[in-house]
Each structure stands twice: as C-alpha cells, then as structure tokens.
Design a protein around this ligand. Structure first.
Ligand code: CU
Length: 195
C-alpha cells in the first residue's frame, strides 16, 4: 500500500504538534493565573474567605459578595503600612468616614464586588462594618516574596482565581478532545480508499 506510510507519518506529525499545543496552552494558562489578580469571597457565613492572603505588589484584590447579605471592605486605619493609602469600599479616606456612612455608602450587596490594587508592601488589617463584632475581619499581606498562594491561607487552597482555573481546565479538555477525535478519524476514518 503506497499511501499507508505517508499517512502514518502525517498522523504522528499531527499528534506531536497537537500534543505540543496542548502543553503550551496548559503552560500559558498557568502563567496567566499567576498574574496580578486574586479573589476573596464574602459569604453569608459572615467571613472573608480566605481570611489571610499574601499577594505581590501590584496585585488587584477583588472582594466578591457571593451571598445575599451586604458587606463592606474597610481597612483598619492603624493596621495598614505607614506609607500606604487608606482603602475602603465606598472610596473613603478614613475609617471613621467609612463607619459613619455605612450602609448608605460603602455597602457591597450580594453579587457585587469591590476591588483595590495594592502597591505598598506590608500587612493590612481590614473588616466588614456590619459584621465586625461577628468576627468578620481579615488580613492581607503584600510582599514581593509572596507567591500568591497565600502561605497563611487557612483553607490551603491556592489563590488562583477560580475563573482562571476553569479556563485552564476547559482549554486542556478541549485540546484533548480534539486530539482524540482527530486520532480516531485518522485511524478509522481514512480507510475508504483501500480495496
Ligand atoms: Cu459582612
């Protein structure tokens, strides 16, 4: 059979190329997820999850209200680095202003989020105004050595955004499916020419 050998070669070629692409895609999405954004959930259990996170300077932290109860993200004025700017949902420049205005301003309703980008290294203490007494307080560390995996993270889960992880999984799954389908077609679909 004349055609068989060249068909074999191109099949191998194709599989090798596709395999490489899969690895590259997995690598690329890994890199993207190590990028400068991390998400902290605010839940109806009245907690920040995780309640201790380490990020690198320049990271944008997104606090997402994943429940129905309203929360705030409010920095403790005396628990942030000296040269850091004060931050709070609602955009206040002091803790007292944030406390006074809640809940008219600074509330983050269910399904909404607040984000802030951290540049100054150090440790930041913050809390939720309505649930401070219920223990809804947390800590964020900004460190150039931070790997974004939250060494202090109670849950031990990496701080990779869920969406990035899902994209990575979906990408790899799609590549595997395509390679599998192509292999199947090449192996079993190309035989009509044979007598
Ligand atoms: Cu709260």
């Amino acid at each position: 059979m004349m055609g068989d050998q060249s068909a074999d070669v191109s099949r191998r070629e194709f599989l090798r190329t596709a395999g490489g692409a899969t690895a590259a895609a997995a690598l690329a999405s890994n890199e993207a997820s190590a990028q400068d954004q991390t998400t902290i959930d605010m839940t109806d259990g009245l907690v920040f999850d995780p309640d201790a996170t380490t990020v690198t300077p320049g990271t944008t932290v997104v606090w997402e209200n994943v429940g129905n109860v309203g929360h705030s993200v409010t920095a403790y004025e005396d628990e942030i680095p000296d040269d850091a700017e004060y931050f709070a949902s609602g955009g206040f420049d002091s803790e007292q202003a944030a406390r006074d205005a809640y809940p008219d301003q600074g509330d983050i309703p269910g399904g909404e989020s607040y984000e802030y980008t951290f540049e100054v290294e150090g440790t930041y203490g913050y809390f939720c105004i309505p649930h401070e007494t219920a223990g809804m307080v947390a800590e964020l560390t900004v460190s150039a050595d931070g790997d974004g995996n939250g060494g202090d993270n109670d849950g031990g889960t990496p701080a990779i955004p869920e969406s990035a992880r899902l994209v990575a999984v979906a990408t790899v799954s799609a590549m595997v499916a395509i390679v599998g389908l192509a292999y199947f077609l090449l192996k079993y679909g190309g035989d009509y020419g044979e007598e």
